[in-house]
Design a protein around this ligand. Structure first.
Ligand code: ATP
Length: 244
């Protein structure tokens, strides 16, 4: 069995000036795994997302490696990483507001084969997964609710055949009921073959769907384990339940 991670970082260090914002020995996400990275404000979540994608806002000093299927993609510019199959669903739900749902989905159309381990979803498959998007197919992006935009953002990424999907704070701005709906959909996508790294501040929502959870604090891994191990970890309780 091939146990090589789909997405992996080794010795990833990111510094702004003299301030070490991220210092991670290793993060690995295996095939069909949903790994959550949680942490409070300033823990380093955005820094992690930026360095996985190769964004260098604020001119950080970055060292270490980002590997996709064992291939070192650290030196690739962001668009090449996307081409390689590392797709981001950004915080704030990236959809075209002046295009209909249907046009948003069509704008990602590409008939080329997606490559090994990648599956491009057809528009019909996407509609089957998100019936709400089918109902709203003629609505403009700007007319969709926050939850619908989030679904459309995920749907657009699925059209591109992600090798690994990176979800940045999908719960932000969503009603609690919708947070569960979106995260449960992500869970079912993972169950049907997708590999996902979920970066989330809402640990309560994340822990319900992830296989493993990584807790960041001040750029370092404070705790890491399976969802059930982490549910009982006092550091999770301390960090989020205010139990000091
Ligand atoms: P939040 O949920 O508030 O966005 P976060 O977990 O995403 O927090 P980061 O934004 O990654 O945290 O910040 C991690 C650390 O790096 C913080 O100490 C922050 O001040 C610092 N930092 C982030 N971006 C920059 C930058 N462009 N210049 C200087 N310092 C930065």
């Amino acid at each position: 069995m091939n146990t090589r991670p789909v997405l992996e970082t080794t010795d990833l260090k990111v510094a702004y000036g003299g301030n070490l914002a991220l210092d991670l020995p290793r993060i690995a996400v295996r095939e069909r795994e949903l790994v959550g990275v949680v942490g409070a404000n300033g823990a380093g979540k955005s820094t992690l997302v930026n360095s996985l994608l190769g964004w260098s806002r604020g001119s950080p000093k970055v060292s270490g490696k980002v590997l996709l299927d064992g291939r070192d993609i650290s030196a690739l510019p962001p668009h090449e990483r996307v081409k390689a199959g590392l797709l981001l669903i950004p915080e704030g739900k990236l959809v075209f507001t002046q295009m209909s749902t249907e046009e948003n989905l069509a704008s990602t159309a590409d008939d080329a084969p997606a490559g090994q381990g990648r599956r491009r979803y057809s528009t019909d498959e996407v509609y089957a997964l998100f019936p709400r998007l089918y109902e709203r197919r003629h609505h403009l992006g700007s007319q969709l609710s926050g939850g619908e935009r989030q679904m459309l953002g995920i749907a657009r990424a699925l059209r591109l055949g992600p090798r690994a999907l990176l979800l940045d704070e999908p719960s932000i701005g969503l009603a609690p009921r919708l947070v569960s709906t979106v995260l449960e959909t992500v869970r079912s996508l993972v169950d049907s073959g997708l590999t996902v790294l979920l970066v989330e501040q809402n640990v309560h929502a994340a822990i319900e769907v992830v296989d493993r959870l990584i807790l960041l604090e001040r750029g370092r891994i404070l705790a890491e384990g399976t969802a059930s191990e982490m549910r009982d970890d006092p550091r999770i309780a301390e960090a989020y339940l205010g139990a000091h």
